[in-house]
Structure formats: structure tokens, C-alpha cells
Design a protein. Sequence first.
Length: 237
Amino acid sequence: MALVEKGEYAIGTHVRFEIAKKHLTEYLRYKYNVDDMEFRELNYEFVKDYEFYLKTVKNISHNTAVKYITNFKKIVLLAIDKDIIAADPFKRFKAKKIKIHKKPLSSQELALLEHHNFSTPRLATVRDIFVFQCYTGLAYIAVFNLKKTDIKIGIDGEMWIISERQKTGGSINIPLLPKAKAVMEHYENHPVCLQRNSVLPVTSNQKMNAYLKEIADLCGIQSTLNTHKAGRWDTNS
């Protein structure tokens, strides 16, 4: 966490490693009835059984399981570099993500979201954040970290999102379209935004995705809604 505060790692990276650690701890208790074990005890069978555990007991999808295992592997490779482990338990382990072709959100579905009146404020807020993502193309973590100071006036005299990408260090230059601007202005004085100096009151990715499933049901949208889908909607449909 100290490196996150120094800006060397994104908060999202820290969160992902914490989740991976949680799953690994639960696996040790489930499989070996222990809270910890020595690095030298790791082997190929441990890794294969862990993959099987994630996919069956935890009911995690293949690609998500691969992500958790990859984060675990990064720590193991550090141990190998420090000569804590003599042999690489991942040497024979092969796991690749499966490419999934996801159908983009249609303009009709986006319209259903935008015009639906929610009786629950939390659902309306999550919907608004999702819509903001659609009109800016920003990923969840970018919207979560988006500060009011990232909203600047561009050379055209209009509002732009101008900031740096946390992972690559590259710049983000996105014109603020009217509908995205309207969402931003609606939450300008929201308590969370004032406290965090953030543009929007974004909650955790896990909660966002859970609420988006509920929103899809209420709006009669058949396709799966999640924060990853917000930047991919079909303007030609």
C-alpha cells in the first residue's frame, strides 16, 4: 500500500493482489487446513489443484482464474529470484485466457438505461456512472480515480478530460460530450465527490457489477451489463 501512496502502483493493482491473496488463503484452509505454508513446499500439483479449486469450489470463470493464478505466479517468481525456491512450480503449468467475443451494448439498450426511472437512488447513481463511461470510453478504474482537477478547458474552449493513465503513464484527452457533462454536473456536490475531490461517487467494482445486473433486469436488457461493457456500445445499431 505504501507504493500505491507513492504512485508506483495503481490502487486497482493493490486491490487485485489482495483478492488473489484472499483466494489463496482460503485454498490453503480448504485443501491443507493451514493458514500458511513454506514457499519450498510449492510444486506443480499445488498449482494445478489451486486452478481446479478456483474453477469448481469457487465457481470462478476460466479467464478470471487465470488472472488470480498469474498474480500468484508473480510473487513466486520473486521468491525464485531471491533463491527462496530452487525450482519453478509453474514450469509445466500452461494456462491461457480464452478469447471471448462479447456483443456490444446497442444504442437502443443505452437509451433504455438513460430513460429508466429508478426508485432506488443507488441504482440511479450506478446507472449514471455507467452512462458516463459509455460517453467517455473510460474504464472503471479510470472513472474511480477521475478527479475534478482532471476536467480542463481544451483549445476549443470546451471541457475535456485531461489526465495521465496510471498503468502506462500516457495521457488521456477526451472531449466531454453533453450527456457525460450532464452526469458530472449532477454529482458535483455529492458528499462522496466532495470528500474525495472526485468527479463521480464511484463505489467498488464488485458492487457496481452487482447493481448493473439488477439494473439490466429492471430495464429489460437481455445482455450482461458490467463496467467493462460500458466503453463498448454500438452506435450503428
